[in-house]
Design a protein around this ligand. Structure first.
Ligand SMILES: Nc1ncnc2c1ncn2[C@@H]1O[C@H](COP(=O)(O)OP(=O)(O)O)[C@@H](O)[C@H]1O
Ligand SMILES: [Mg+2]
Length: 200
Protein backbone atom coordinates (compact mmCIF):
# COMPACT_ATOMS: atom_id res chain seq x y z
CA UNK A 1 0.00 0.00 0.00
CA UNK A 2 1.22 3.46 -0.82
CA UNK A 3 -0.67 6.69 -0.34
CA UNK A 4 0.19 10.21 -1.26
CA UNK A 5 -1.06 12.84 1.12
CA UNK A 6 -0.72 16.58 0.73
CA UNK A 7 2.91 16.58 1.74
CA UNK A 8 3.96 13.04 2.47
CA UNK A 9 4.16 9.55 1.01
CA UNK A 10 2.75 6.84 3.26
CA UNK A 11 4.08 3.32 2.69
CA UNK A 12 2.97 0.18 4.48
CA UNK A 13 5.83 -1.79 6.04
CA UNK A 14 6.75 -3.97 8.97
CA UNK A 15 8.67 -2.68 11.93
CA UNK A 16 10.18 -5.45 14.07
CA UNK A 17 7.37 -7.72 13.00
CA UNK A 18 4.62 -5.20 13.65
CA UNK A 19 2.37 -3.64 11.04
CA UNK A 20 3.65 -0.13 10.45
CA UNK A 21 3.61 2.72 7.97
CA UNK A 22 6.43 4.96 6.97
CA UNK A 23 5.53 8.62 6.50
CA UNK A 24 8.13 10.39 4.40
CA UNK A 25 7.84 14.10 3.73
CA UNK A 26 8.70 14.79 0.12
CA UNK A 27 10.38 17.81 -1.44
CA UNK A 28 8.10 20.48 -2.74
CA UNK A 29 9.92 21.73 -5.81
CA UNK A 30 8.32 25.17 -5.74
CA UNK A 31 9.82 25.97 -2.33
CA UNK A 32 13.23 27.46 -1.78
CA UNK A 33 15.47 24.41 -1.02
CA UNK A 34 16.66 25.68 2.37
CA UNK A 35 13.12 26.59 3.43
CA UNK A 36 11.85 23.26 2.12
CA UNK A 37 14.41 21.37 4.22
CA UNK A 38 13.56 23.41 7.32
CA UNK A 39 9.79 23.00 6.88
CA UNK A 40 10.01 19.24 6.46
CA UNK A 41 12.21 19.00 9.54
CA UNK A 42 10.09 21.21 11.75
CA UNK A 43 6.83 19.54 10.75
CA UNK A 44 8.26 16.13 11.53
CA UNK A 45 9.45 17.34 14.93
CA UNK A 46 6.12 18.96 15.66
CA UNK A 47 4.14 15.91 14.61
CA UNK A 48 6.17 13.69 16.95
CA UNK A 49 5.80 16.10 19.84
CA UNK A 50 2.05 16.47 19.40
CA UNK A 51 1.50 12.72 18.98
CA UNK A 52 3.13 12.33 22.39
CA UNK A 53 1.02 15.07 23.96
CA UNK A 54 -2.15 13.55 22.54
CA UNK A 55 -1.25 10.08 23.74
CA UNK A 56 -0.53 11.38 27.22
CA UNK A 57 -4.03 12.88 27.26
CA UNK A 58 -5.57 9.54 26.29
CA UNK A 59 -6.40 10.55 22.72
CA UNK A 60 -5.98 7.55 20.40
CA UNK A 61 -3.06 8.17 18.02
CA UNK A 62 -0.67 5.71 16.33
CA UNK A 63 2.35 4.64 18.40
CA UNK A 64 5.58 6.10 17.06
CA UNK A 65 8.19 3.42 16.38
CA UNK A 66 11.06 5.31 14.83
CA UNK A 67 12.12 8.78 13.69
CA UNK A 68 14.72 9.73 11.09
CA UNK A 69 15.01 13.52 10.93
CA UNK A 70 17.66 13.48 8.19
CA UNK A 71 15.42 11.33 6.01
CA UNK A 72 12.29 13.29 6.97
CA UNK A 73 10.74 10.02 7.95
CA UNK A 74 8.52 8.77 10.71
CA UNK A 75 7.65 5.13 11.29
CA UNK A 76 4.44 4.52 13.21
CA UNK A 77 1.88 1.90 14.05
CA UNK A 78 -0.34 1.01 11.10
CA UNK A 79 -4.02 1.45 11.92
CA UNK A 80 -5.82 -0.95 9.61
CA UNK A 81 -8.87 1.15 9.02
CA UNK A 82 -10.65 3.32 6.53
CA UNK A 83 -10.45 7.07 7.02
CA UNK A 84 -13.53 8.65 8.56
CA UNK A 85 -14.06 10.33 5.21
CA UNK A 86 -14.43 6.92 3.55
CA UNK A 87 -16.42 5.49 6.44
CA UNK A 88 -18.98 8.31 6.45
CA UNK A 89 -19.76 7.62 2.82
CA UNK A 90 -20.97 4.13 3.65
CA UNK A 91 -24.65 3.68 4.44
CA UNK A 92 -25.82 2.97 7.96
CA UNK A 93 -25.79 4.65 11.32
CA UNK A 94 -23.06 7.24 11.58
CA UNK A 95 -23.99 8.68 14.95
CA UNK A 96 -21.45 6.58 16.89
CA UNK A 97 -18.58 7.82 14.73
CA UNK A 98 -19.78 11.38 14.73
CA UNK A 99 -20.17 11.41 18.50
CA UNK A 100 -16.62 10.02 18.79
CA UNK A 101 -15.30 12.84 16.59
CA UNK A 102 -16.70 15.45 18.97
CA UNK A 103 -15.47 13.68 22.10
CA UNK A 104 -11.99 13.08 20.72
CA UNK A 105 -11.53 16.68 19.60
CA UNK A 106 -12.86 17.83 22.98
CA UNK A 107 -10.33 15.61 24.75
CA UNK A 108 -7.54 16.99 22.57
CA UNK A 109 -8.49 20.61 23.22
CA UNK A 110 -8.86 19.95 26.94
CA UNK A 111 -5.27 18.67 26.89
CA UNK A 112 -4.09 21.95 25.39
CA UNK A 113 -3.53 20.73 21.84
CA UNK A 114 -5.16 22.00 18.66
CA UNK A 115 -4.96 19.82 15.56
CA UNK A 116 -4.58 22.41 12.82
CA UNK A 117 -5.98 20.27 9.99
CA UNK A 118 -9.17 18.69 11.26
CA UNK A 119 -10.50 17.02 8.14
CA UNK A 120 -12.08 13.58 8.02
CA UNK A 121 -9.06 12.30 6.04
CA UNK A 122 -7.00 12.86 9.16
CA UNK A 123 -9.14 10.51 11.26
CA UNK A 124 -9.20 6.72 11.14
CA UNK A 125 -12.05 4.59 12.48
CA UNK A 126 -10.91 1.23 13.80
CA UNK A 127 -12.57 -1.21 16.23
CA UNK A 128 -15.00 1.43 17.43
CA UNK A 129 -12.15 3.81 18.12
CA UNK A 130 -11.38 7.08 16.46
CA UNK A 131 -7.67 7.71 15.85
CA UNK A 132 -6.32 11.13 15.04
CA UNK A 133 -3.40 11.40 12.63
CA UNK A 134 -1.47 14.12 10.78
CA UNK A 135 -0.82 16.52 13.65
CA UNK A 136 2.02 18.42 12.01
CA UNK A 137 0.03 21.63 11.59
CA UNK A 138 -1.10 21.53 15.20
CA UNK A 139 0.01 23.47 18.19
CA UNK A 140 0.34 23.16 21.93
CA UNK A 141 -1.92 25.98 23.00
CA UNK A 142 -4.91 26.95 25.13
CA UNK A 143 -5.90 29.67 22.67
CA UNK A 144 -9.66 29.99 22.19
CA UNK A 145 -9.06 31.40 18.71
CA UNK A 146 -7.04 28.34 17.67
CA UNK A 147 -9.76 26.04 19.03
CA UNK A 148 -12.39 28.02 17.15
CA UNK A 149 -10.44 27.62 13.92
CA UNK A 150 -10.22 23.85 14.51
CA UNK A 151 -14.01 23.66 14.95
CA UNK A 152 -14.61 25.82 11.91
CA UNK A 153 -12.63 23.46 9.70
CA UNK A 154 -14.41 20.46 11.15
CA UNK A 155 -17.76 22.04 10.42
CA UNK A 156 -16.75 22.71 6.83
CA UNK A 157 -15.78 19.06 6.47
CA UNK A 158 -19.23 17.97 7.72
CA UNK A 159 -21.30 20.34 5.67
CA UNK A 160 -19.44 19.92 2.38
CA UNK A 161 -21.48 18.59 -0.49
CA UNK A 162 -20.54 14.92 -0.29
CA UNK A 163 -21.93 14.46 3.22
CA UNK A 164 -24.88 16.74 2.89
CA UNK A 165 -25.86 16.17 6.51
CA UNK A 166 -25.36 19.44 8.37
CA UNK A 167 -27.12 18.05 11.44
CA UNK A 168 -24.13 15.75 11.93
CA UNK A 169 -22.28 18.77 13.23
CA UNK A 170 -24.77 19.15 16.10
CA UNK A 171 -23.92 15.61 17.19
CA UNK A 172 -20.23 16.52 17.03
CA UNK A 173 -20.82 19.56 19.21
CA UNK A 174 -22.72 17.49 21.79
CA UNK A 175 -19.76 15.10 22.03
CA UNK A 176 -17.36 18.04 22.21
CA UNK A 177 -19.31 19.55 25.12
CA UNK A 178 -19.35 16.22 26.93
CA UNK A 179 -15.56 15.96 26.78
CA UNK A 180 -14.44 19.55 27.27
CA UNK A 181 -15.39 21.91 30.07
CA UNK A 182 -14.63 25.06 28.10
CA UNK A 183 -16.48 23.88 25.01
CA UNK A 184 -18.99 26.71 24.86
CA UNK A 185 -16.30 29.39 24.78
CA UNK A 186 -14.64 27.69 21.81
CA UNK A 187 -17.98 27.16 20.04
CA UNK A 188 -18.84 30.81 20.48
CA UNK A 189 -15.45 31.74 19.01
CA UNK A 190 -16.13 29.46 16.03
CA UNK A 191 -19.38 31.33 15.35
CA UNK A 192 -17.56 34.65 15.63
CA UNK A 193 -14.98 33.42 13.09
CA UNK A 194 -17.81 32.39 10.75
CA UNK A 195 -19.38 35.84 11.04
CA UNK A 196 -16.04 37.46 10.30
CA UNK A 197 -15.72 35.30 7.20
CA UNK A 198 -19.12 36.33 5.99
CA UNK A 199 -18.30 40.03 5.88
CA UNK A 200 -14.76 39.98 4.52
N1 LIG B 1 -0.73 5.30 11.00
C1 LIG B 1 -1.45 5.11 9.89
N2 LIG B 1 -2.09 3.94 9.69
C2 LIG B 1 -2.83 3.76 8.56
N3 LIG B 1 -2.97 4.66 7.57
C3 LIG B 1 -2.36 5.86 7.71
C4 LIG B 1 -1.56 6.14 8.87
N4 LIG B 1 -1.07 7.40 8.74
C5 LIG B 1 -1.52 7.86 7.54
N5 LIG B 1 -2.30 6.95 6.92
C6 LIG B 1 -2.98 7.12 5.61
O1 LIG B 1 -2.26 8.00 4.78
C7 LIG B 1 -3.01 9.19 4.49
C8 LIG B 1 -2.10 10.42 4.52
O2 LIG B 1 -1.45 10.52 5.78
P1 LIG B 1 -1.26 11.93 6.52
O3 LIG B 1 -0.49 11.70 7.78
O4 LIG B 1 -2.57 12.59 6.66
O5 LIG B 1 -0.31 12.70 5.48
P2 LIG B 1 -0.44 14.15 4.81
O6 LIG B 1 0.27 15.08 5.77
O7 LIG B 1 0.30 14.04 3.53
O8 LIG B 1 -1.89 14.47 4.66
C9 LIG B 1 -4.11 9.22 5.56
O9 LIG B 1 -5.26 9.90 5.13
C10 LIG B 1 -4.36 7.74 5.80
O10 LIG B 1 -5.23 7.23 4.79
MG1 LIG C 1 -3.47 14.33 6.03
Amino acid sequence: MQKRGAEAVITAMEWRGRPAVEKRRVTKGYRDPALDEELRRSRLRKEVRLFREARRAGVPVPVIYDIDPAGHTLVMQRIEAPTVKERLREPGDRSVIVDAIGRTVGQLHAAGVVHGDLTTSNMLWSDDRLYLIDLSLGEKTDSTEARGVDLRLLKEACTSAHYDRPELFDVILAGYRAAFRDADTAIEKMREIEERGRYT
